[in-house]
Write a protein that binds this ligand. Sequence first.
Ligand code: PMP
Length: 387
Amino acid sequence: MDVPIPEILQTPMEVDEMIMTGAGPSNYHPRIRHAMSLPVLGHLHPKTFKIMDDIKIGVNYLLQTNNSYTFCISGPGHAAIECAFVNLVEDNDIVVIGSSGYWGIRAEDIAKRLNADVKVINKELGEQIELEETRIFFEQYHPKVFFLTHGESSTGMLQQNLEQFGNLCQEFNCLFVVDCVITVGCTPVYVDKWNIDVAFMGTQKVLNAPPGISPITFSARALDKIAKRKTPVKSYNLDAVNLGEYWNSGNRPRIYHHTVCSTLLYGLREAIAIFIENGGLEASWKNHENVAKHFYTLLEKNGLELFITDPKNRVPSVTAIKVPENIDANEIIKHSMNEYNVEISGGIGPMLGVVLRVGLMGINCNEKVAECVAKILIEAIKKMKEE
Ligand code: PMP
């Protein structure tokens, strides 16, 4: 053998149980774990198609849309961002991006790689994108696509007024793309009512489902734009029309597009079923809001500051907490993991070292977990101040 058998792979792997209260992934519900251990099915098996159909119905409920082109991408949330742009954008199309955090920066990067002519509404980290400044951009550039992040998991910000942005896009015949990765299930998202043309959501956040499979939906307006493209979509894997056909969205018979991972489908299907059994959207919105408020109170009572100062602009699923002066965020994260097996996330991109992030999502969204994480944070900071 030119390359010998690796010694490291001659022993089984081990993974510890943890409480996953970082920015995601969150813990699986035991029923999701069980579902994911069921036998693998073929990607063209009738039972697989039935599960895909169930998921589509569930995702349309979660996103509050009647779109027929709703499907999952076999890939992470990043692939969903890419899927939105690669289908809607042709070379030199003008794209306006509202950016006040990591996901705005990431969307800019992805759109630029696709040769879009990108104009960025650049705000301070954690600031709202305002309607009036967006209108000025629209009047100046007449964009083909406008992108917003509904919940900025880097700063903990909830973007307001999506419906008004949707109306603005209609007025200017622009397609509206919204990243709903951390908002679906924790706060209202109304794709049809708000005139959102492409929305995608995360599985590994509020739903407690496996990552690596990303639901996305396309409006009739978005499909019309795709049909009128002068050039083919520059990605085979992310072609919305072909993916839609695999997911039974169009009028043509299902096609083989790729081999979907059936076990990820099981996990997602069960996650949506559990979500619905637990009372569905309204119950979940209320629970996430109540638990988040309880968590904010616990932190603020103990002298910690939240990055987003206006409570109404905080996204309930992921809270960004300012790292106190002279404290190393990594030491807090290590303390929490080493002493308690509790995951807390650090900052990403420009927020690195600025915030710690806690996700109280789905099965982890209850007062007990909120109190446990708050206690760990407070204890760790106290200990470090004393050292
Ligand atoms: N958008 C937002 C708002 C996110 O929080 C994330 C994941 N943290 C993503 C997109 C990307 O998702 P993924 O890591 O699954 O690619």
